[in-house]
Design a protein around this ligand. Structure first.
Ligand SMILES: [Zn+2]
Length: 227
């Protein structure tokens, strides 16, 4: 069988996306809302991936909708959890890194999130604290973790040799047109966010996968943010 040029398996749901990177060993990126473990396991089965083969769980940032099923997925895969140091405290204790709204949609979402007051408390300490660029070769994937703060202080992205980049919530898909890139509803720093988006574009990615909506072409992202 010819080797696929695409390493990323999207696990998309209307609310939030997770991803599996197929490598010599697979890596899971983000875990969705509570209860998404069944959906993730189903995708693994459909793609012939044994949960026990997962070498690493990477959390792109510690918002509730990305860590909801992390405890269940750790239990089912036995894989270590990697998260940036700046977002790590929220993994164990629950809650979100500061939600600083961007625009009116962000303000609406902030109000909504205040009404939903049952934070995911995983009780899990991260196994691997990311502080700088990290090669994923030892986890069986040709690629690396890069620092892309802005949405949260500890936002990270994953760039692969295939030209695929996974950016978490650095860029949001539109609600009506999911493939149209836009600002996330929240950003700890818009200035950092734009610098991180530029950093991703400098990689000349073939395709950009996001936590909500997407995927995006580099061209559409450049047009949206820099022209
Ligand atoms: Zn987020």
């Amino acid at each position: 069988m010819a080797e696929s040029k695409q390493a990323v398996i999207p696990i998309t749901t209307p609310m939030v996306n997770s991803y599996i990177i197929r490598g010599d060993k697979p890596i899971l990126i983000d875990t969705g809302l509570p209860g998404y473990d069944a959906r993730i396991l189903q995708s693994m089965e459909e793609n012939g991936i044994n949960p026990g083969d997962i070498s690493l769980i990477i959390i792109t940032h510690c918002h509730q909708d990305h860590i909801g099923s992390v405890a269940a997925m750790k239990q089912k895969t036995g894989a270590p959890i990697a998260i940036h140091k700046a977002d790590a405290e929220y993994l164990k204790s629950g809650g979100n890194p500061p939600l600083v709204p961007v625009g009116t949609k962000g303000k609406t979402m902030e109000a909504l999130s205040k009404m939903i007051k049952k934070p995911v408390v995983t009780g899990l300490a991260p196994d691997i604290l990311i502080e700088s660029e990290t090669d994923l070769a030892k986890y069986g994937v040709k690629g690396k973790i890069i620092m892309t703060p802005g949405h949260t202080p500890g936002g990270i992205s994953i760039t692969l040799e295939t030209g695929e980049v996974l950016v978490g919530d650095l860029i949001f898909g539109g609600l009506i047109r999911p493939a149209a890139p836009g600002f996330p509803y929240f950003a700890a720093s818009v200035e950092q966010l734009l610098q991180s988006i530029q950093k991703v574009l400098d990689l000349q990615p073939k395709i950009i996968y996001a936590g909500h909506g997407g995927p995006f072409t580099a061209q559409s992202v450049r047009r949206r943010f820099f022209k």
